[in-house]
Design a protein around this ligand. Structure first.
Ligand SMILES: *Cc1c(COP(=O)(O)O)cnc(C)c1O
Length: 399
């Protein structure tokens, strides 16, 4: 930390709510996988704004789309149609199971829409959503109630009614929790915030079977795993399970705030005029940015490249595990979402390892108190992966 960073930090701390534990760094510029701080220091970004900047910082196609749209029309409200919103919905419908899209501004809002749809489409008396322990679904009151981690509830009780959390990986316990009030099961194909914890394919297929057996809706929260992050457009494509409702956000606008709830024509029919809305949802600039993002991502070879470099990344991470067995216990993830799982001794140093990486100019984070998480821009190169892994080996060797 030096002069300009320090100044911004000190001034910001006198005017911002202190709800984040921020690094003492003020970032001012980005390009591809690189970032620069206020003192001109360069960083290699393996966090991408937490799985957001999928095409890297300031991708020219996205920047151009934002600039062009900002000069045409920025906002009109959903009392009217706009071209970019229609075009984005067409792209999502053409490339997923869904036939209908509702736009919001964040992951939490997309999940709120999913929960409201599940309730209204299931009819009176069926309102309970079962999610999983260890899950993360957002910070609004309903989505925090859906989140299966009590540390996020503390101090905000009473939680809204109609949410319960099944123990991770246990289909029998889940089956036993289903009652006449249950309307949906909500889960992430990979729990990102709790340390990149994938749900096994058989487990997800078992959840789908329970939904069929009890006539429940299956909601996938693909806010983190969606939009190319796992090497396919959406994670569900690799799992042989199709949800009834899916939520999307982080990577969708390559940095512009946007969320979406995708569903079938039949279910969407329950959200008639007046039932749900968002002032900013589907805003022309955000949707134009998302259209540009998806066009790059869905072009031939892009996702195959993500899978290939993701595989390379996992091999490099895997090679570290036997070298530092006292700190590392394994690697999990797929595509370009990886967790380097720490031993108990390693986890005690998790925050410190992240700080040491930052000191060397590498942005990563420590997720769920168990794993170092790597969610770089999907365009990250093998040379950049090599640099990151070399720095990581250096930091691990210090302990
Ligand atoms: C980040 C995240 C959310 C919340 O998204 P916000 O845009 O912060 O509201 C919800 N679900 C999952 C799986 C996430 O990773």
């Amino acid at each position: 930390m030096s002069k300009e960073n320090e100044k911004i930090q000190q001034e910001a701390d006198t005017v911002l709510v202190g709800n984040y534990s921020r690094n003492p760094v003020a970032l001012v510029k980005g390009e591809g996988c690189r970032l620069w701080d206020a003192d001109g220091r360069e960083y290699l970004d393996f966090l991408a704004g937490i799985a957001v900047c999928a095409l890297g910082h300031c991708h020219p196609a996205v920047t151009q789309a934002i600039c062009r749209q900002a000069g045409e029309l920025v906002h009109v409200s959903n009392l009217f149609y706009t071209g970019p919103q229609k075009e984005l919905a067409e792209l999502l419908v053409a490339n997923t199971f869904a036939d209908r899209v509702f736009f919001a501004n964040s992951g939490a809002e997309a999940n709120e829409a999913a929960i409201k749809l599940a309730r209204i489409a299931s009819g009176p008396g069926r309102y309970e959503v079962i999610s999983l322990q260890g899950s993360f679904h957002g910070r609004t009151l309903a989505t925090v109630a859906a989140t299966g981690q009590t540390k996020f509830h503390q101090g905000f009780e009473p939680m809204p009614d109609g949410f319960s959390h099944a123990p991770f990986g246990n289909l029998v316990a889940l089956d036993n929790m289903i009652t006449d009030s249950t309307c949906a099961i909500l889960c992430e194909p990979i729990q990102g915030e709790s340390g990149v914890r994938p749900l096994a394919q058989e487990y997800l297929q078992g959840i789908k079977k329970l939904c069929d057996k009890h006539d429940l809706l299956l909601i996938f929260d693909e806010v983190q795993t969606g939009v190319g992050r796992t090497g396919t457009f959406f994670a569900y494509e690799q799992l042989g399970v199709t949800p009834d409702i899916m939520t999307v956000a982080k990577g969708l606008g390559n940095g512009l705030p946007i969320g979406a709830m995708l569903t079938t024509k039949e279910l969407a029919a329950a959200l008639v005029p007046g039932t749900h809305a968002s002032t900013f949802g589907g805003n022309p600039v955000a949707t134009a940015a998302a259209v540009a993002t998806l066009k790059v991502m869905l072009a031939d070879g892009f996702l195959a490249g993500v899978r290939e470099r993701g595989q390379y990344f996992s091999e490099q991470l895997q090679a570290l595990v036997p070298r530092y067995p006292h700190l590392l216990s394994g690697v999990r993830g797929v595509g370009m979402i990886w967790g380097l799982v720490l031993t108990e001794a390693g986890a005690a140093r998790g925050a410190e390892l992240v700080k040491k990486m930052l000191d060397r100019g590498y942005l990563i984070n420590f997720a769920g108190n168990v794993a170092l998480r790597f969610v770089p821009p999907l365009i990250v190169t093998t040379a950049e992966i090599d640099r990151l892994v070399a720095a990581l080996a250096e930091v691990l060797a210090l302990d």
